[in-house]
Write a protein that binds this ligand. Sequence first.
Ligand SMILES: [Zn+2]
Length: 271
Amino acid sequence: MKNIRNVRRSAAVLALFVFSIVAVSCGGDGFRRSPSVDAMAAAEDVAHWSYEGPTGPDFWGSLDPSFVTCADGSAQTPINIVSPTPTDLPDIQFAYQSGQAEIENNGHTIQANALEGSSITVNGKTYELLQAHFHAPSEHTVNGKSYPAEVHFVHRADDGTLAVIGVLLEVGGADNHAWSPYVNGLPTKEGATTKQQFDWLAMLPTNHQTIRYNGSLTTPPCSEGVSWLLMSTPVSISEWQLKDFQEAYNGNNRPIEPLNGRTVQIDSTTK
Ligand SMILES: [Zn+2]
């Protein structure tokens, strides 16, 4: 039994490793495909997971040995943000290019893969933009307040470490045109893809102040070592745009995880 478990664990680790290599080496069409989501695809081969019932978040850690961090991790995401410490942090330098995005319905969210060539630099380290995807309602809460949706812009450095920019979405006013390509391109069928022209920078709030802490992927395998950069200013979209997101996925948010003494900072000097 022990041997079988070990073989299964090795197979899972190998699958994740192989998928990472594929993620790095593929992209003949120029689109970045995220290691986290490729890991998710591999994770799906290992064990089915979901947001409710016996394969929901409370059970992720026991669905497969490779998901154990979901249960045993000590620096997990999302968290409830309360009184982050104002700190003079280096600004994020954005080098985003407008361009085509390939939007895919992966069965857990709808993900927009970026073309190569967009990046951020933070603390002297450059991370390339891979993809954005959404959760509804938000995963992070602020003083216990949940938002209708949250979008994660996933970036990866050359050494494989991830930095994720979180953008909270709220409802107000007319359609937000910067978000129309994403909303209009949402493929409703699992596995389907569309292509749309994205202005990635315009999708962010104009105020780039962020709340920063060290966390994890919010989906299996819940890997830690992720630098989280949550925009402190939400972005407004129309109620019709929100409805389109919600009709695609609603309830794909992981519940709040314990802070466990981690430091949470807010940039006091954003320019
Ligand atoms: Zn996410």
